[in-house]
Design a protein around this ligand. Sequence first.
Ligand code: SF4
Length: 283
Amino acid sequence: MITMKKIMYQEIVDRVASMCQEANYNLGEDVFEAFQQALRTEESPVGKDVLQQLVDNAKVAKTEHVPMCQDTGTAVFIVEIGQDCHIVGGSLSAAINEGVRKGYGEGYLRNSVVGDPLNRKNTGDNTPAVIHLEMVEGDEITIHMTAKGGGAENMSDMKMLKPSDGLVGIKDYILDIVKDAGPNACPPLVVGVGIGGNFERCAFLAKKSLFRPIGERNPDPTIADLEIELMEEINRLGIGPQGLGGSTTALDVKIEAEACHIATLPVAVNLNCHASRHQVAIL
Ligand code: SF4
């Protein structure tokens, strides 16, 4: 007989609340280190100045427990649920939304969600969160959270390329999206790319890629090489930190690729701004 591990509803609420606050106050080590690295390599004096301001801003946010940006983001979750665990006291999505409500409310973080895209009335508590669920083996729940800024999300894009467009078509498309975004996505960026899947899966892959820490390459060597090549090409565009010119337009490029239909080549680009905020918790 399989024993199901029990995870309490309130434990999820409290962990999610703390993740929402930590994500906004405490820039991850990977992003902070990428700023420092960019400071060493940035060629433009103005670009260097902006990067130094980003470093200083991240330090103030961490020490004074204030958000690193006024846009505290949509709370987006990818949750891996072990098939041998059971949530006691309520549903997983209710617990996550209650955690977001608590975290954003008690942390005085800006509520950035409207309940209806047409009447635009703010829900007042940053819910509903965007929640993606993946069933996995085991008895743990792994919660990945990002506070995703609206400016960078606005400049993201998805396209169904033709298979004959090939690698050249993929690269041209990604570079065009970054060029069109210019300063509007708040560079330096983390560029998340999905290749393959189908229409909706491809967009999810682009989002998922942004949860991988900066500097961690895709395990497939061909995709890893493409990440590096694209980052070099993007950094030759000259957009620079905050779009003021320079050699640091992207801190990293992340690609997730999956199988697709013989007649299709979906590609999605999900841009993330310099406030690239992600957290992970295992219950
Ligand atoms: S896109 Fe990012 S850096 Fe720009 S305003 Fe939104 S959260 Fe802040």
